[in-house]
Design a protein around this ligand. Structure first.
Ligand code: COA
Length: 322
């Protein structure tokens, strides 16, 4: 894959809800949530929407890359929680940014693997010479899909958006690895309002999860897919500067680092502040690291996502930066 990231941006709502706020309406505590997940607070959209957050993150990524909206050939938005079905979120972003020459579509349903799949899709177009410049966004308003009466899930999620500008670059030639296992889909579900039956219980329209099954899946599959992607690209762990994992749970990230026998310092985390923002978590983290000057030119990064489907995948990218 010959596409390189040359700018990042993010947007998170200013309104936050900490663990004590959640303990006011479900039977939980700050200590329990911190210990089991590492999450302290999450940002929740009030006036913002998935489209508005995606647009703002995209705008900031363009500024960071020093690229005009008219130069964008492709806009991809990974989301499971858009406020619009039609037109797609990516077309709404195009309108907001004035990216008049871009082809736009959403990568829906890939949930927490969404950004990795959108990155891979954009990279494939860039590698194929079909487009030269892409804007890849993960944006979620998970608070609209959260059952605020279910303490097993409502403690986990948050809202926000992250974006990356990608350019064709022959030097960044790495192959990704992705997997899907539909037979395990029941572990993490959410019905659409289009499901066509009147007999759906109301809670099925919110995210439902077998927490332990998802936890076991993640700690097994993520190290596996990272090893696979390294092998496929003839790399060894020592070649990798940082592992940018989907931010679901601190214990999952800790377990992945341990299973790979890699130092936890190579696994940056920000889930304490944002919770699990699904497709937005990887680009939000990437943007924070970029703006804090923590990414070095030429450094190899592994991006790894996992989630509903079940789906999981990893990609290697060399940091070029803005
Ligand atoms: N506060 C207090 N107690 C809670 C609770 C909460 N928010 N949520 C569940 N509990 C209780 C359970 O009812 C259970 O009580 P019991 O022993 O009396 O039956 C006990 O805590 C243990 O529940 P369990 O589900 O085994 O907890 P856990 O250690 O597996 O932690 C998760 C729950 C959800 C934090 C954990 O399974 C997890 O993080 N899974 C992965 C989820 C994820 O990352 N999903 C997104 C992937 S993209």
């Amino acid at each position: 894959m010959a596409g390189i990231i040359c700018g990042t941006g993010a947007y998170v709502p200013s309104y936050t809800m900490d663990n004590d706020d959640i303990a006011k309406f479900v039977d939980t505590s700050d200590a329990w949530i911190r210990e089991r997940t590492g999450v302290a607070r999450r940002h929740i959209a009030r006036q913002e929407t998935t489209v508005s957050m995606a647009s703002e993150a995209g705008k900031r990524a363009l500024e960071n890359a020093g690229i005009r909206a008219e130069e964008i050939d492709l806009i991809l938005v990974a989301t499971i929680s858009s406020d619009v079905v039609l037109p797609c979120t990516a077309c709404e972003v195009q309108k907001e940014l004035g990216a008049v020459y871009a082809t736009c579509f959403d990568i829906g349903g890939a949930a927490c693997t969404g950004f990795v799949l959108a990155y891979n899709t954009a990279a494939a177009y860039l590698t194929g010479g079909i487009y030269r410049t892409a804007l890849v966004i993960g944006s979620e308003s998970l608070s609209n899909l959260t059952n605020w009466k279910d303490r097993g899930t409502c403690i986990l999620f948050g809202d926000g958006a992250g974006a990356a500008v990608m350019r064709a670059d022959e030097r960044n030639r790495y192959l990704p690895v992705t997997h899907s296992e539909g037979v395990k889909g029941a572990a993490l579900t959410c019905k659409s309002r289009c499901c066509g039956t009147k007999e759906v219980p109301e809670e099925a329209y919110f995210i439902q999860m077998d927490g332990q099954a998802v936890f076991k899946f993640a700690v097994r599959r993520v190290p596996e897919v990272i090893r696979e992607v390294l092998e496929k690209n003839r790399l060894v762990p020592e070649d990798i500067g940082l592992y940018i994992l989907h931010q679901a749970n601190r214990r999952i990230v800790d377990a992945v680092a341990k299973r790979l026998n890699e130092p936890i310092e190579k696994f940056p985390m920000n889930l304490e502040e944002y919770g699990n923002t699904s497709s937005a978590s990887i680009p939000i983290l990437l943007d924070e690291l970029n703006r804090a000057g923590k990414l070095k030119q030429g450094q190899k990064l592994v991006l790894a996502g996992f989630g509903a489907g079940l789906t999981w995948g990893a990609a290697v990218t060399e940091w070029k930066g803005s």
